[in-house]
Design a binder for this molecule. Sequence first.
Ligand code: AMP
Length: 212
Amino acid sequence: MKIVMLGAPGAGKGTQAKRIAEKYHLPHISTGDIFRANLREGTELGLKAKEYMDAGALVPDSLTVELLLDRVAKDDCRDGYVLDGFPRTIAQADVLTDALAKSGDKVDLAINIDVPDEHIQRRMSGRRSCPQCGQGYHTEFNPPKEEGVCDKCGAALIQRDDDKPETVAKRLQVYHEQTQPLIEYYEKAGVLKTIDGTKPMDEVFADITALF
Ligand code: AMP
């Protein structure tokens, strides 16, 4: 099953994408995670991507599209995957649609996690992540067992540079201009399901699993 996650930054699509991937034994593919892993490793791609990420802008397609197509061509993706953060523009969605069409395939399900803008700022301000293993947390909705410490690897948690308030405002603007049109795109393709993302995390997940 090939799944695309849609939703504003901070809607909780990353958390839900990981849970779907775990439950249905599918690889979780997050372009944002790939860029951040590259940055931790100090690669050229990571350093280039950071300039855009810190500004709340999209990383150009020249750095993003091939990376994603190479990833979904890997063996572990044969039975499907959960895409989190890709596509983010109509152009990216077209690339994915065309690549899949070559093997008579298509996206099976686009899950739109709907959260109004008013909720987003509060959610984003509480987000924390582990600089070592990438695990995400929220001070209010998904706190680690010990404040400020990663449950998985024990590293000190940080706030992502792109979760700072000024960057959040820009990311929301970019979302509305460039990514939101994908809701209509996948609706027309007949694969869109919209979920109320303002509910508690476990309820959102239950609503998602009811789609399968
Ligand atoms: P995310 O972790 O999905 O919120 O992504 C963090 C940042 O990475 C975004 O704000 C963009 O700067 C960049 N990014 C992630 N995925 C994409 C994509 N598909 N196209 C362009 N930029 C992306």
